[in-house]
Design a protein around this ligand. Sequence first.
Ligand code: FCB
Length: 448
Amino acid sequence: MEANISLTDVIRRLAPQINFGVATASYQIEGSSFGGCGRSHWDDFADEPGRVFEGHNGSIACEHYHHYETDLNLISEAGFDAYRFSFSWPRLLPETSSTLNPDGVDFYDRLIDAMLERDIKPFATLYHWDLPQRHAQKGGWQNRDTAKYFADYTDIIMRHFGDRLVSIAPVNEPWCVSFLSHYWGHHAPGLMDLSATAKSMHYIQLAHGLSINVMREHGHSNLGCVLNKEYFTPIDDSEVAQEKAHLFDGIYNRWFEDSLFKGQYPEEVLSVFGNEMPENYQDDMSVISSPLDWAGVNYYTRSVIAPDDKEPHFGFKCLRGDLPKTDMDWEIIPEGLSFFLRRLAKDYCPDLPIYITENGMANADYLVGEAIADTSRLSYFESHLRAVEEVIEDGVPVKGYFAWSLLDNYEWAFGYDKRFGIVHVDFDTQKRTPKQSYYAWQDGLRGR
Ligand code: FCB
């Protein structure tokens, strides 16, 4: 099949300078009903009527638990250097915080060894949202103890797999874990509560810091963070719209990089949380800002921020503008990616390598015969890779880019309705069919 020349070209130009990979997450692909995996709060959330599109859950997903070799072959045949995957906490520790599931350990042993055999670098994430149900029932991320349990789980991972992992980040997208799930209620546990939000926003950062310290004690030296960034545009040039856009940036973006790299939280957000913040949270800031080896950015879109008197705490609402949109209704704006890459390098971590740990788009892909012409995805990758190229030329130390995602998979509250893969999955037969974007990557990476 003919691939898109300009995407292929930009991949070719960047390939000598950076690592290219694909990213996935355990709950979205593995199948939580296989291999003695325990229940996570996503299994419970999906069971609640109205939470997830048509009540879909991750019990089967892409059945990667059984098809992982096929999937790794797809990665290596495309020529990617690296694979960003996540460990499932409830798969490894289904019943208690200390009793390991031997099948879970065996699965990750085989998975990691199969990556190494294929010369694929394992980039691991320890938590991509599948919180064991037993921790969720005790308050989940609103409970300080969960951060402590996460540190213990980190220790277990390091003992079993640490020396085979090239790179590790504790938490995927702390904003989604906290604000999206405890204030907007879109993800498990589906709360809409300011106090729960303030607590989870702090404890997820604490969990990150404790986990980093455990991994340092094990001597690992390639540890980072994976932060999702959303660009923001005030709806007009009124002072109030500017101020609300600044608050949005504070809660969505700066909360995380300010705490990780400066050991503080943005004042304007703290003033909304008031005394909902955990007592003596300041004492944790030095752990939270433990030194890192790299910084990761997941980037997809922007919000247009409008003042909203009816919003009781933050006083803004997020709207869509009139840019072209993906199947998620997310606006396409690669300038946002450049903005965050430049800001990280300038204001937060000038000496650290930066990775784009996720970037990609959902598209309403369909098979015509055996082919899938996902041309919008080709343009999406191309425009964002051009943004990467431009900031590298200006000296921003970008060292890697991971496409989200290898496979169509369980897109959280959207179930299997949204397709982000460069490989199509038929969820009835588990047949994988590479899309045109896959072939463009393969062309760009050929001969590396
Ligand atoms: C990110 C998540 C990932 C996937 C993409 C589309 O926020 O990390 O699991 O859902 O969005």
